[in-house]
Ligand binder design. Structure first.
Ligand code: NDP
Length: 238
């Protein structure tokens, strides 16, 4: 049985990915900041005989390395790591470059850029024992300098963090050259973040998004490594 580890599984795309991988016969190691309060996740895991969720805050190295220790007690290897956890700037969708809030921007970069790097580092021993050796970083299309939206939307901090994530993904792929490591954009998805707390209405449902993500991740090949990919797996400019 293949094993996938997903960060930020309490809700949104992360919870959808848990359900998608369970449906497809994987052992799912679901992680989130506070497993006790993640009721939908808790019931999904219990009903499908999956291990209980593990506490993992991607903005805390202590939490990340403690989680890696806990996970090594329940699985011998991890085939796929999905770095899904992410945050927007505090006034999302109003996130201009002029007037950037340094403290808030550091929180966003710590979570969205450093988080995936440290999580990958902490779980490397288990990932090295996996057969698939895939690390997927969930990015965002306006984080790409090649996306016209990058100049139209006022998401400077958030998009900057996702652009940085695309860049560090390339370095990860170079350093871990026997892995398949890519950043993938999930589309505009109907979640708390996608809907900006009710101010917007995203067109793509979580199940549609996660079904496509599952297929794209499944079909990734070595030649896709280091790239920033669309939901359908098309190479995009980072
Ligand atoms: P949500 O806001 O709905 O969910 C975010 C998830 O990330 C929650 O589970 C949240 O946990 C978790 N999280 C936040 N901070 C941390 C942390 N420090 N440690 C661990 N988990 C954390 O967002 P989405 O589901 O929409 O987003 C998932 C990913 O997809 C993100 O990386 C986002 O940037 C990306 N994305 C989303 C798009 C969309 O349209 N929805 C578009 C492009 C990219 P908690 O419940 O504890 O807060």
């Amino acid at each position: 049985m293949k094993t996938v580890l997903i960060t930020g599984s309490s809700r949104g795309i992360g919870l959808g990915l848990v359900k998608e991988y369970v449906k497809n016969g994987y052992k799912v190691v679901a992680t989130c900041r506070d497993p006790e309060t993640a009721s939908d996740l808790k019931s999904t895991l219990a009903e499908t005989n999956q291990p209980s969720a593990i506490a993992l805050d991607v903005a805390s190295d202590d939490s990340i390395f403690k989680a890696a220790e806990e996970v090594s007690k329940i699985v011998d290897s991890i085939d796929i790591l999905i770095n899904n956890a992410g945050v927007a700037a505090k006034n999302h969708p109003n996130d201009p470059a002029i007037g950037v809030d340094r403290e808030d921007a550091l929180r966003v970069y710590s979570t969205n850029v450093i988080g995936p790097l440290k999580v990958t580092e902490a779980f490397l021993p288990l990932l090295r024992k996996g057969n698939e050796k895939k690390v997927i970083n969930i990015s965002s299309s306006p984080g790409s300098c090649g996306c016209p939206g990058a100049t139209l939307q006022s998401y400077a901090t958030y998009n900057g963090s996702k652009g940085a994530l695309n860049t560090v993904t390339r370095y990860l792929a170079v350093e871990l050259n026997n892995f398949i490591i890519a950043s993938i954009e999930p589309g505009w998805v109907d979640t708390d973040m996608g809907n900006a707390g009710g101010q917007l209405k995203a067109p793509l449902t979580v199940p549609d998004c996660t079904a496509k993500l599952f297929n794209t991740i499944k079909s990734l090949k070595k030649e896709d490594s280091s790239f920033y990919l669309s939901l359908e797996g098309k190479k995009m400019s980072s």
